[in-house]
Design a protein around this ligand. Structure first.
Ligand SMILES: [Zn+2]
Length: 274
């Protein structure tokens, strides 16, 4: 085992059923999947950041308390998971205040971080930093610095940057010909392990941390089949939503075995930016 770097593995805690018309007809999966993540992290003595949607905290305060009791960081992922392009400074401010309130009601303290729904912080929505700063946020991890069918801000670049007093930690991209956010979600599931391990190695040589995001559904091998929201009814994208979910924990295991360490975002910022 070689000593490796920091993997800012994180979980966006949201319930896809809340974003669908008649979504409640499908089985409840968020608490069970969260517990699966918690058990995995506990066994590996790892703590990470959970970016939590306000509605989820309101519905499952006990679940949030379990996350806190295990020593993980709680951060915001908006109250209703509305993308930033559908908000403005005023409505975003109100949405975040509600998000913070629900997290605090469930026991979260010292909330410092934010992740935009679907990484919708782009060139067009960078007014969001002003709002985050006003509400006392220290960091955001909301930018996909690449071209993407849904969102993306390729001009942002791949290095962290402070905007309006808020440190943005963009998603990590592979340094291949076609840069991919290899360390999270669909890409992490779909890419073969050798590709992922190589990408981790290359990033380590650059001395950079690796950022990636996961959701309750990313590990849900028993979830019913339905068209996921936010992918424009595209059947190929939907097939990808279900693809290789059973591989996530074994891939994570391989990464941790190579010495990568999962830590909360706020710890990382404390270590490197203070
Ligand atoms: Zn989300």
């Amino acid at each position: 085992m070689t000593s490796s770097g920091t993997y800012l593995f994180s979980i966006d805690l949201e319930d896809v059923r809340d974003f669908m018309k008649d979504g409640q007809q499908y089985a409840e999966r968020v608490p069970a999947m969260t517990r699966r993540y918690l058990a995995f992290l506990r066994q590996r003595d790892s703590r990470c950041t959970f970016f939590v949607v306000g509605d989820v905290a309101r519905k499952y305060p006990d679940l949030i308390r379990s996350i806190i009791n295990d020593g993980h960081e709680i951060a915001c992922h908006s109250n209703k998971h509305i993308t930033l392009e559908n908000l403005d400074e005023h409505t975003f401010h109100a949405d975040l205040e509600e998000n913070i309130q629900h997290l605090q009601n469930a026991g979260a303290k010292n909330i410092k971080g934010f992740r935009a729904p679907v990484l919708s912080l782009t060139n067009k929505t960078q007014w969001a930093y002003k709002v985050l700063s006003k509400l006392g946020f220290i960091y955001s991890s909301s930018v996909l610095p690449a071209h993407n069918p849904l969102y993306g801000w390729p001009e942002f670049g791949q290095r962290p940057k402070t905007i309006d007093g808020v440190l943005e930690l963009p998603m990590t991209l592979s340094s291949s010909f076609y840069p991919l956010p290899f360390a999270g979600g669909t890409y992490f599931r779909a890419l073969p392990l050798w590709y992922t391990l190589n990408a981790f190695k290359r990033q380590h040589r650059k001395g950079d941390a690796i950022l990636g995001y996961f959701h309750p559904y990313d590990i849900d091998t028993e979830q019913e089949r339905f068209m996921h929201p936010g992918i424009h009814n595209n059947r190929f994208f939907n097939a990808l939503m279900y693809y290789n979910r059973h591989t996530v924990f074994s891939k994570l295991e391989s990464i941790l075995k190579r010495g990568w360490k999962i830590i909360p975002y706020s710890d990382f910022i404390q270590q490197h930016y203070h």
